[in-house]
Design a protein around this ligand. Structure first.
Ligand code: NDP
Ligand code: HSE
Length: 323
């Protein structure tokens, strides 16, 4: 079979991680899905920028229509970030009959219903595994093997940058500023890290988890949210002395008649399962009325773990739609 042609919006942390994942495992991918997956066009802001990965001549473009309107491109991957123009580009691509994969939780949380409706109306797939928990596969299980459950509780550490900062401050005595700088250098942070440190990124992810788990789309701006900017080294040290640790916790409880949700720094006892989740690792705890308690754990940020999830969504579309 001919190769699957992918157009990608963005070639930063996640875009390069996705490209590298597909490249380094090309032989296995070809064997298991029966075809090559080729990234044939990449939209960037600056086509002359020096990059860490070499791509063939002519792949970069600064015109999104080279991807959206190219009838030979099967799948569009959106890893450029921001709510707009990313959302409009995804909607257009689906209207042009392309399957869409995204890691962009800000866009998904803001336009969850519209993105899913346009996908359904145009008989294409809209996949977003990387948008919550980076490399952790949590969204697919909620919508597949766990579908027989009603979910009662979602609890988690959903941001790699802030978990990295809190871990480094608490365990290594690093300053907030130095830890944030490292998280940026390691490719965990958002282009504007305010979204990380003020808890907005976690609210986006909790909104998506509630939409899938509770069938209620709560806008992230309606989730009471406190970030980590006011957590001091003294508070972290004091918690440690008392056998506790401070984590940025997303929590949602569905009692059946009422939904309660929040994002805030929370003290946990050291033997709590979420207390052991360190650095860029994330964890999502779910309680379903049949399966009972489940916990998903893994790297919640970073180019390669996130690239793994994006590439996985591409291959799922190939397996289900294009083979
Ligand atoms: P980066 O800032 O590293 O990369 C963004 C890329 O998009 C750059 O290549 C940039 O081009 C391009 N871009 C941005 N805006 C435009 C535009 N208007 N037109 C054309 N190109 C544009 O971001 P990340 O890779 O870190 O994140 C991408 C998405 O993935 C975001 O939605 C983020 O929330 C999400 N995500 C990130 C994770 C991570 O660990 N970093 C994990 C999970 C999700 P240029 O290079 O020329 O500037
Ligand atoms: N900035 C995000 C984080 C990226 O640090 O978790 C992964 O969604």
């Amino acid at each position: 079979m001919d190769s699957i042609r992918v157009g990608m919006l963005g070639f930063g942390n996640v875009g390069t991680g996705t490209y590298q994942t597909l490249l380094m495992n090309q032989d296995r991918i070809e064997q298991t899905v029966g075809t090559n997956v080729d990234i044939v066009k990449i939209l960037v802001n600056d086509i002359n920028k020096k990059r860490t990965i070499d791509v063939p001549h002519g792949v970069y473009t600064s015109d999104v229509n080279d991807i959206i309107k190219d009838p030979d491109i099967d799948i569009m991957v959106e890893v450029m970030g921001g709510i707009e123009p990313a959302t409009s580009y995804m909607l257009s691509a689906m209207e042009y009959g392309k399957h869409v994969v995204t890691a962009n939780k800000a866009a998904v949380a803001a336009h969850f219903d519209e993105l899913h409706k346009v996908a359904t109306d145009n008989h294409v797939q809209f996949r977003m595994e990387a948008s919550v928990g980076g490399g952790i596969p949590v969204l697919s299980p909620i919508t597949s093997v766990l579908r027989a459950n009603k979910f009662e509780e979602i609890l988690g550490i959903l941001n790699g940058t802030t978990n990295y900062i809190l871990t480094q401050m608490s365990e290594n005595g690093m300053s907030y500023e130095a830890a944030l700088k490292q998280a940026q250098e390691l490719g965990f942070a958002e282009a504007d890290p305010t979204a990380d440190v003020e808890g907005i990124d976690v609210a986006n992810k909790l909104s998506i988890l509630m939409a899938l788990g509770f069938d209620h789309h709560i806008l992230p701006t309606d989730i009471p949210t406190t970030g980590i900017t006011k957590v001091t080294p003294e508070q972290l040290a004091d918690a440690k002395e008392r056998g506790k640790v401070i984590k940025l916790i997303a929590s949602a409880v569905n009692s059946g008649s009422e939904l309660k949700y929040s994002v805030k720094p929370t003290e946990l006892p050291l033997d709590h399962p979420l207390a052991m989740v360190k650095n860029e690792f994330n964890a999502v705890f779910l309680k379903g009325n049949a399966v009972d308690e489940l916990m998903f754990y893994g790297k919640g940020a970073g180019p390669m773990p996130t690239g793994s999830a994006v590439a996985g969504d591409i291959l799922q579309i190939v397996a289900e739609e294009l083979r």
